[in-house]
Write a protein that binds this ligand. Structure first.
Ligand code: THU
Length: 133
């Protein structure tokens, strides 16, 4: 699957965002090893700290359905004026499962605005030897 197609899935997923507090919708789409696309949207809470980012929602849904191999991630932030990349917490969460080469595409408009990789976002990642995945 092309990254642009995955990005369109992320854009669609942003429509499911529950973000009455920030009014900032985020959609994420993960292409999994079996070809499945698993999506997520940010889910906020009136107890603000409980908010779950779109990326962590997608990763949790994928792993919960038995999919731990990821081939690409796309993120769409339609309410932003520029492409918005993963927050630090989501980078760490993703790095549990992602290879350093994992392509990540993000944008705010109709098509991808920027691209990066897991390794670029986490250049000195550590402690993978503790996990048996
Ligand atoms: N958010 C995400 O879902 N992903 C990100 O990478 C950045 C932030 C959400 C959290 C909150 O609901 C809103 O965007 C504003 O921070």
């Amino acid at each position: 699957m092309e990254l642009e197609e995955l990005y369109r899935e992320a854009r669609k997923a942003a429509q499911n965002s529950y973000s009455p507090y920030s009014k900032f919708r985020v959609g994420a789409a993960l292409l999994c090893g079996d070809g499945t696309v698993v999506t997520g949207a940010n889910v906020e809470n009136r107890s603000f700290g409980l908010t779950i980012c779109a990326e962590r929602g997608a990763i949790t849904a994928a792993v919960s359905s038995g999919r731990r191999k990821f081939l690409a991630l796309a993120i769409c932030t339609p309410d932003a004026e520029y492409p918005v990349c993963l927050c630090g917490a989501c980078r760490q969460f993703l790095s549990e499962f992602a290879d350093p080469t994992l392509p990540i595409a993000f944008g705010h408009g109709d098509s991808i605005g920027a691209r990066t990789t897991m390794k670029e976002l986490m250049p000195l990642d550590s402690l993978h030897e503790l996990a048996d995945r």
